[in-house]
Design a protein around this ligand. Structure first.
Ligand code: ADP
Ligand code: MG
Length: 398
């Protein structure tokens, strides 16, 4: 689960981390009210969306008067912001953070994530912080310094200090920087984060060490013990299809492409996404219908896939085990009938590859139903290629 920058900053503040004074705003009036309350020469108007890269995309504005605050707030509220992290469809700005501007002397990068290979939390830092850390990671990975943290000992003082020296903090700020790291580590552990990132962490002209940006992501499987985090959820930021799928008990992740897949088993679902990509297609989603699939679940999955015009073709890839192929086939036939008002056709091409338990019966059911726009495939590779080609044809006809 993700939360907004201003919410992350509030949590960090509670843990002793220095952040600029700031308040959220939902309207232009709120924004002006907050700016008056701050009473600083420079007020920063920041779009609050669950994605970074806002600075480059015009989502962070420095205002030097109330008129400018009004102008930027008007401009940003309701705007669809497209950043390098939002995808081409962008995200609508519904909230702003109105924050005191500060005198930046230098920008750093600092984050904590779980390193699965090392099986521990890793702290990453760079003195090339700010808006293009992705480029630094791609072009100069040696500029990113890591400290692996023993889960029993936690972040040791010497590690925090070693990081501060490695990032060339100046003498008077070394201790503050190291303390900052320790506090952020406390947030990460206490709140069961999957990511805690501050970019930029800044040293100000006045010698303060502060978080100018803040991003916390939480491990969904721990949310039951964090009602205070769940309360911060902003469902308008979450993918609508993912929410609906979760309500139906389906494991669904929107991947943005146009070739949808419906698969049983997470491993096979990932392999199916890969094989679509490998053959030059763009997968629309990851979907694991699970081992206990019912015709109702199959119908629900179709509805979610077809509710907007994102998808141009569907690949169904089922390996019958606990899930019997004939049950899946029945679900597909029912879905076709329901979706077409009894006409037994799909609005877009659906390629089906069945294998495993009761496969013969499953294929028979599909063949007998004679559904328009339904194509059988005998292998994964053939199915992927066919789905991609048919999706392309559908798109060209649109
Ligand atoms: P994003 O990472 O989404 O681009 P940031 O919050 O990092 O958004 O803001 C982008 C840049 O804007 C920062 O690198 C910093 O230079 C500047 N900035 C952000 N907040 C402030 C602030 N309170 N005072 C001065 N400059 C700021
Ligand atoms: Mg940032």
């Amino acid at each position: 689960m993700n939360i907004h920058e201003y919410q992350s900053k509030q949590i960090m503040r509670e843990y002793g981390i220095h952040v600029p004074e700031g308040y959220p705003a939902f309207t232009v009036e709120d924004a002006l009210e907050n700016a008056k309350r701050l009473d600083t020469p420079v007020v920063v108007v920041k779009a609050q969306i669950h994605a970074g890269g806002r600075g480059e995309a015009g989502g962070v504005k420095l205002a030097r008067s109330l008129d400018e605050v009004r102008k930027y707030a008007k401009e940003l509220l309701g705007k669809v912001l497209v950043t390098r992290q939002t995808g081409p469809q962008g995200k609508t700005v519904n909230r702003l953070l109105i924050e005191a501007g500060c005198h930046i002397k230098k920008e750093y990068y600092l984050s904590f994530v779980v390193d699965r290979q090392a099986e521990c939390v890793v702290m990453m830092g760079s003195e090339s912080g700010g808006m293009s850390i992705e480029d630094v990671a791609a072009e100069n990975p040696e500029k990113i310094i890591k400290e692996y943290i023993d889960p029993v000992i936690g972040l040791a003082d010497f590690q925090a200090q070693r990081m501060a020296y490695a990032l060339h903090f100046e003498k008077p700020t070394i201790r503050k920087a190291a303390t900052f790291m320790k506090y952020l580590y406390n947030v990460f552990v206490d709140k069961d984060c999957s990511l805690a990132e501050v970019n930029p962490l800044v040293v100000t002209e006045e010698g303060d060490v502060m978080a100018l940006d803040a991003k916390l992501n939480f491990d969904d499987s721990t949310l039951s013990r964090h009602p205070e985090i769940v309360a911060l959820r902003d469902i308008t930021e979450e993918d609508q299809k993912e929410r609906e799928a979760a309500a139906e008990g389906l494991n669904y992740v929107n991947l943005g492409g146009d070739v949808a897949c419906m698969v049983n088993g997470a491993g096979l679902a990932m392999a199916t996404v890969d094989i679509i990509k490998e053959n030059g297609g763009e997968p629309a989603n990851f979907l694991d219908v699970g081992g206990d699939s019912t015709p109702e679940k199959i119908v629900a999955a179709f509805r979610i896939m077809l509710e907007d015009d994102q998808v141009d073709g569907i690949l169904i890839n089922i390996f019958g085990g606990i899930n019997k192929c004939d049950v899946i086939a029945t679900g597909i036939v029912e879905a076709a009938a329901l979706l077409s008002g009894g006409k037994e056709e799909f609005p877009i091409p659906v390629v089906v590859r069945l294998e495993g338990r009761n496969v013969e019966r499953g294929r028979e059911i599909l063949a007998k139903a004679d559904i328009k726009n339904l194509y059988p495939a005998s292998s994964m590779d053939e199915g992927a290629k066919l789905a991609i080609r048919l999706a392309k044809e559908t798109r060209e006809k649109k």
